[in-house]
Design a binder for this molecule. Structure first.
Ligand SMILES: [Zn+2]
Length: 496
């Protein structure tokens, strides 16, 4: 999970009254391969237009596609990690349509015999865990890109993306709210990134999502007429677009209308979905078997080897964090949403065994800096603001009473700025906590002498003033007084 997106729910409580939404998602994930699906061209983004092209991906006559084995392995890893069944034979199919950025006039995809079927992804809901079933996973090549606004008189075409390997992951219509849809996408992205199968970046389009949305009366079992929503490029867009579409459909039905089966585009600026022009959605793909590629026979030995090689996946890791470190499920979920964040946390805890405190620092200050510096844009965060071992040392200084939690914030900022060791910063700046009760008592005497009236008010029953005295003592000691000692001595002196 990119830590920048929040699961805050700007769309309200998702209360749809008598109606129940039924949602299924189709996710296109770009696989993390060096080269394209059927040729040796680079699959990297960001090159000059058409720099990564060859006769195969430009669709020249007489060329033959050759399957990228790495792409197949990544798709199979995903299938295994989500519990899919991999049939012995998958078949490639041509998906025909005309568009300027598709020079062949078809995409190579899979249709009747996909790579994998069944399986599922587990999400957390307020009511507990829920398994969202998958219909299928298949592989296909991406199309190119038309650029309409770069030139006054013509549209331009960039084929760098043509032939880039995609996985299409289709869910059953098991989702019942926009927040479940978003939770599913996050869970799926966590799996894909743990596997190294996709970088999961929705803003840059390496993970794209279409939603099938319908509504029905609560208690009904038949499915209503669905619409397909496209053009959502963030988790927030997915939630907002689906919520809008559900409400739109409820309005139509409530006012006696009928839902039309159509494709609608999410317009994030206007906050609504609008129908695609019918010309654009008049799809009849006329799928037929791809004659240039043999049926894909997946060897059982390959599957076994890939299964052996699967990493620990997010759900298992989350459960282990709760069990072994004793941290709350919420912490475990945040920490395991990204593999690199989970690795960071474990490295820090290995250096100093205070899991809850380290979890607080990681979820708070560390992830805040990661977001601010946009480090979470990378597939793997390597440039942490503070090394995990250094964070562990800081927490150890708090735990052994050397510094207070408040001073630790100052030390942390200095660690970020200078990269110095926390103990060196504490020594150089004289930040060691004052635990000498004599010195604390002296500071308290000073404060009480200075605020005689308030002392009288406190003794007359105004208990709330206690916090004021604590604040004054902390101020007088530069925040270095041990808070527990301050509390105890202050209570005693005020009582006396
Ligand atoms: Zn090529």
């Amino acid at each position: 999970m990119s830590t920048r997106e929040t699961s805050d729910d700007a769309t309200g409580a998702h209360d749809y009254g008598d109606f129940e939404p039924v949602i299924g998602l189709e996710v296109h994930a770009q696989m993390l391969t060096e080269s394209k699906l059927f040729c040796g061209c680079s699959a990297k983004f960001g090159a000059a237009p058409n720099a990564h092209t060859c006769p195969v991906c430009m669709g020249m006559p007489g060329v033959l596609p050759v399957l990228n084995r790495r792409a197949l392995e990544l798709a199979l890893r995903t299938a295994l990690a989500t519990g899919c069944e991999v049939p012995p034979v998958a078949r490639w199919a041509r998906k025909n349509y005309f568009y300027p950025d598709l020079p062949k006039g078809y995409q190579i995809s899979m249709y009747e015999a996909p790579l994998a079927v069944g399986g599922g992804v587990t999400i957390e809901t307020p009511a507990g865990e829920k398994r969202i079933r998958l219909t299928r996973i298949h592989m296909e090549e991406d199309a190119g890109k038309s650029i309409h606004d770069a030139h006054d008189e013509a549209s331009l075409v960039d084929l760098n993306r043509a032939g880039v390997p995609l996985m299409e992951i289709v869910s059953e219509p098991d989702l019942r709210s926009p927040s479940e849809a978003s939770a599913y996408l996050r869970a799926l992205r966590a799996v894909l990134t743990y596997l190294g199968a996709c970088d999961g970046n929705m803003e840059e389009g390496s993970m794209r999502c279409d939603a099938n949305v319908s509504i029905r009366r609560r208690g009904a079992t038949e499915l209503g007429t669905r619409t397909e929503i496209k053009n959502m490029n963030s988790f927030r867009s997915v939630e907002r677009a689906i919520d809008f579409e559900i409400r739109r459909q409820i309005d139509v039905v409530a006012s006696g209308g009928r839902i039309v089966q159509e494709t609608r585009l999410w317009d994030a600026d206007r906050g609504l979905t609008a129908p695609m022009r019918s010309k654009e959605e008049a799809h009849d793909y006329r799928y037929f078997p791809e004659p240039d590629l043999l049926p894909l026979r997946v060897e059982r030995e390959l599957l076994d080897a890939l299964r052996e090689d699967l990493p620990e996946l997010p759900v298992a890791r989350r459960e282990r964090f709760v069990r072994d470190y004793g941290i709350p499920p919420y912490d475990a979920e945040v920490l395991t949403a990204r593999r690199d964040v989970a690795d960071y946390f474990e490295a820090a805890v290995a250096a100093h065994a205070n899991a809850k405190s380290i979890s607080n620092w990681v979820m708070g200050d560390i992830l805040r800096l990661v977001r601010e510096r946009r480090l979470d844009d990378a597939l793997v965060i390597t440039e942490w603001p503070v090394a995990p071992q250094a964070l562990a040392k800081l927490v150890a200084l708090i735990d052994d009473g050397t510094i207070s939690g408040k001073i630790a914030k100052t030390v942390f900022e200095e660690m970020v700025a200078s990269g110095r060791e926390p103990a060196d910063i504490v020594a150089a700046k004289g930040l060691t906590q004052v635990t000498d009760t004599g010195a604390i008592a002296q500071a308290i005497d000073g404060v009480l002498a200075q605020h005689g009236e308030k002392v009288a008010e406190f003794r007359a029953g105004k208990d709330k003033l206690f916090g004021f005295f604590v604040g004054q003592v902390m101020k007088a000691t530069g925040g270095k007084a041990n808070p527990q000692a301050v509390n105890e001595i202050l209570r005693a002196k005020l009582a006396g």
